[in-house]
Design a protein around this ligand. Structure first.
Ligand SMILES: [Zn+2]
Length: 478
């Protein structure tokens, strides 16, 4: 039996659970940060009560796709490079100019900055698609997981849960000469990669102590970067251990053309015909896919992770979210390159891109029903679900919903913030989803522990200062 003084009750004005906001409901947690039950205010039986006055609380957002270090190139790629038209591929060269130089300390400082910004935006768990493994010269560090561990340390120091999706990267591409600028990513043999994954799993498990703070997933980078035989071994390893497995699919038409040249079929068809898709598989981007490929993803119960703020920034294209969702494919969301870190912006962009394309509104909304109260936030609820519950499914995070048995991972918004003020209980989620200013996120709790209070993180000043120094070192004063 749990004694009262070992429990903590969070009592906001409004609490989002079961797809709606409830008034006067408290979240009761064990000291370890797990939700025990949701009770009415008058039923709180003593213990510590944390009143969150003027706040609505929502389950923490889950960012399913991040490259934390890319935070260092924010604002540095928004100009013409002068080599014809600028595309994903010219952007990639600029991104490599950072990736080739970061030291272990640098990647810690850059990651901590990205994770800080995530926490301030209400994100409580992240899937970090991590591919910088080797030294800038291309040698293996004494600990081959040193860089991955620096990223994990950054997440833990900020307080975020992290799935370290360790990337397998074997080559530049099919019949493509090795690119010196990718030397830090390469683990040419599957045995080497899997040995490093195995070591990372046991090292993180040792640090863990049952906290579910950091765990390992697999991330064969793409069909371009991983040959088929290698890919099969990685997928088999993941299947035996039920690990989340992420892979870039169909971001750029050139990748698909290269796959057709090598395998006579598209990346998704290849994965499907080889039996490599599963419900643990998340295909990142999934933009340039055909109806048949969408069906294959649906049949395998795979997840597709959309990253609309990055996809619009890179000119990748528009994800066919309606076709994917109506086929039954689950969608998660990621902030990817971190041009902007605001997962609610990704959620609304998924819908807005379709509106611009189709000259229609409410494209992803469920069919209207008789009850107007549920209708006014039905689209928002659907999109919010992608940013929370489905994201958690994608990276195997323990949160995603505020219900008994899950950790108390949540964020609190100021209901009087000018961006959402005056919303009714029925409209509030739609206001938050479509209009919330990120600064309206005032508190963030992860495992029942305050990570953000009054809109600030306790280590914010130091994190920002160290990051500014890193930027100065990388790019000089200009
Ligand atoms: Zn990516």
């Amino acid at each position: 039996m749990i004694r009262d003084d070992e429990q903590i009750a969070f009592l906001p004005d409004l609490l989002y659970t079961g797809g709606r906001f409830e008034r006067g409901l408290a979240l009761v947690c064990a000291q370890g940060g797990r939700i025990l039950r949701l009770v009415r205010e008058k039923e709180i039986a003593g213990g510590n009560i944390v009143r969150l006055k003027g706040r609505a609380i929502l389950p923490g957002l889950v960012n399913a796709h991040s490259h934390a270090f890319q935070r260092v190139i924010r604002g540095r790629t928004e100009y013409r490079t002068g080599h014809g038209s600028d595309t994903f591929w010219t952007w990639r060269e600029m991104m490599y100019s950072a990736a080739t130089r970061l030291t272990p300390d640098d990647i810690y400082d850059a990651s901590r900055m990205a994770f800080l910004e995530m926490a301030l935006a209400g994100i409580t768990a992240v899937g970090e698609f991590h591919y910088i493994h080797r030294t800038p010269e291309g040698a293996v560090y004494d600990d081959p997981n040193l860089m991955a561990k620096e990223v994990v340390r950054a997440a833990r120091d900020v307080g975020l849960r992290v799935a370290l999706l360790r990337v397998a990267y074997a080559r530049s591409g099919y019949r493509v000469e090795p690119n010196q600028r990718q030397a830090r990513f390469i683990e040419a043999e599957p045995e080497t990669y899997l040995r490093h994954v195995e070591d990372l799993r046991s090292d993180l498990a040792r640090m863990e102590d049952g906290q579910e703070a950091a765990w390992v997933g697999l991330a064969p980078h793409s069909v371009r970067a991983v040959p088929l035989g290698y890919l099969r071994e990685v997928i088999r390893y993941g299947a035996d251990r039920q690990m989340p497995t992420h892979m870039h699919i169909a971001e750029q038409p050139a990748e698909i053309a290269a796959c057709i040249e090598e395998h006579k079929q598209t990346p998704v068809h290849l994965l499907a015909s080889e039996g490599l898709l599963s419900q643990r598989f998340t295909g990142v981007h999934g933009i340039h896919v055909t109806p048949e490929e969408i069906d294959a993803l649906a049949r395998a119960r795979a997840i597709v992770c959309a990253c609309p703020t990055t996809e619009r920034n890179l000119g990748d294209g528009i994800i066919p979210a309606e076709a994917l969702m109506s086929a039954g494919v689950r969608l998660a969301l990621g902030t990817d390159s971190h041009t902007q870190i605001d997962l609610l912006e990704d959620a609304r962009e998924l819908e807005y891109h379709l509106r611009l394309q189709r000259l229609e509104r409410n494209v992803l909304a469920p069919e209207a029903t008789a009850s107007s109260e549920t209708n006014s936030s039905a689209l928002a609820a659907r999109l919010f679900d992608l940013a929370t519950r489905i994201g958690a499914q994608s990276i195997h995070a323990p949160g995603g919903e505020l219900e008994p048995g899950r950790p108390a991972d949540f964020f609190a918004v100021d209901v009087d913030d000018p961006s959402i003020a005056g919303a009714s209980r029925a409209d509030l989620l739609a206001c938050i989803l479509f209009s919330l200013a990120r600064t309206a996120v005032r508190e963030v709790f992860i495992g029942g522990r305050a990570v953000v209070e009054e809109g600030r993180h306790r280590a914010q000043a130091e994190i920002v200062e160290n990051f500014a120094a890193l930027q100065h070192k990388l790019w000089g004063k200009r």
